[in-house]
Design a protein around this ligand. Structure first.
Ligand SMILES: Cc1ncc(COP(=O)(O)O)c(C=O)c1O
Length: 378
């Protein structure tokens, strides 16, 4: 059987990983500044993560959600403590798209409405409602297109005020738009969304799948705006590569038996992975590291004259290049052995582990200086 060929692949096969580094089959070493798309939060194969998974495997690896699993409670407790949302409830699932799908469903259960406001350049996943709320018609099949989604420009307060009303079930927005190229909702815009949602009985969904879990230096990016979300979707950095997702749910939303469900969500291995990630973020002060290194990188990147614009917060950074430098990402990968991310047309995205070191951050700037034929003072 052949694989369904949907991914454009680099001709590199990593076989080993540690911290911010990957090794391929030939023994070449790569600096990972992409984190497998913002997934590697605490560093590849962190010893506490590896040990937690191994020791869980020796005990029990799976049973269904029909029995008590106190690891889920431990994970929820630690997440409540670190995230600043101790009173929200946690529903565990397997991916970011599934988290958003459940968030839409919860909002709709609460207010009995169907319409959703989403924003231009948004990416919320590839399942039915999540992809319908994603601003990319190429990946929306006719089957997905039946949802009532209204796309508005981000930060356009008037457009939002003209659209929000008592027919809207939920408003979904990324803490920082990732796939769209690192674009921010302003603090005042998020505050307006929060206020108007409350007024009309719509629920505010913060998609923190990419921007959450400490990546920006705060646990959630929307916390810079001092707003509280009704529903928060999480995944990616949550399991450091082990598949796990979740929805944080406002305490006023009351569950009923069978309201949501999943076979694999919240399984023992996923919880062991998720708990170890939170413990490492806490013990190793990784949010502070993300804030400090992010500030350093952003300041340095702004000093390169050939970079058109730098946007970011913590270790979620994008910078725009002119067409003449469109090959930079490939050059960084093949000449300097450094993985980075992209956004169309010419944005390079940096989404490394939150445990990146200053030395590793410097190595990237030195490689960049070579490629941009500029000097950098470190
Ligand atoms: C903001 C955001 N939401 C949702 C998703 C979908 O997550 P998953 O691929 O785990 O379904 C992504 C994935 O890139 C994302 O960036």
């Amino acid at each position: 059987m052949k694989l369904f060929d949907v991914y454009p692949l680099f001709p590199i096969e990593p076989v080993k990983a540690q911290g911010s580094w990957l090794w391929d089959k030939e023994g070449n070493k790569y600096l990972d500044l992409y984190g497998g798309h913002a997934v590697i939060s605490i560093g590849h194969n962190h010893p506490h993560f590896v040990e937690s998974l191994k020791s869980q495997l020796d005990k029990i690896s799976f049973y269904s959600n029909s029995v008590k699993n106190s690891l889920q409670e431990k994970l929820a407790e630690k997440l409540g403590q670190l995230s600043g949302y101790p009173n929200h409830q946690l529903f565990l699932c397997n991916s970011g798209a599934e988290a958003n799908e459940n968030a839409f469903k919860l909002a709709s259960f609460v207010n009995g409405r169907k319409k959703v406001i989403a924003f231009k350049k948004a990416f919320h996943g590839r399942t039915s409602g999540a992809v319908a709320a994603t601003d990319n018609s190429k990946i929306v099949a006719p089957f997905n297109a039946g949802h009532e989604i209204i796309f508005l420009p981000i930060n356009d307060e008037q457009a939002f005020l003209d659209t929000i009303n008592k027919e809207i079930s939920s408003v979904i927005i990324e803490g920082i738009q990732g796939v769209g190229g690192i674009h921010f909702p302003s603090n005042s815009f998020l505050q307006l969304l929060s206020k108007k949602c409350k007024e009309v009985g719509a629920l505010l969904i913060l998609d923190e799948v990419q921007s959450g879990y400490g990546r920006t230096g705060k646990f959630f990016a929307h916390q810079f705006a001092n707003v509280e979300a009704d529903l928060i979707s999480i995944a990616k950095g949550m399991g450091n590569g082990f598949p796990i997702g979740g929805v944080l749910i406002h305490p006023d939303i009351k569950p009923w038996s069978g309201m949501l469900g999943t076979t694999f969500g919240g399984n023992y291995l996923a919880c062991a992975a998720g708990l170890s990630v939170l413990e490492v973020i806490d013990q190793e002060n990784l949010m502070q590291n993300a804030a400090d290194l992010g500030k350093f990188w952003i300041d340095q990147l702004k000093s390169f004259p050939s970079i058109l614009e730098v946007r970011g917060e913590g270790l979620m950074i994008g910078f725009d290049l002119p067409d003449s430098l469109a090959s930079l990402r490939k050059d960084l990968l093949f000449k300097h052995h450094m993985f980075t991310g992209e956004a169309k047309p010419n944005t390079v995205r940096l989404l490394p582990s939150l445990a990146l070191s200053r030395e590793e951050a410097n190595q990237f700037l030195e490689a960049l200086a070579v490629e941009l034929k500029q000097t950098v003072a470190l």
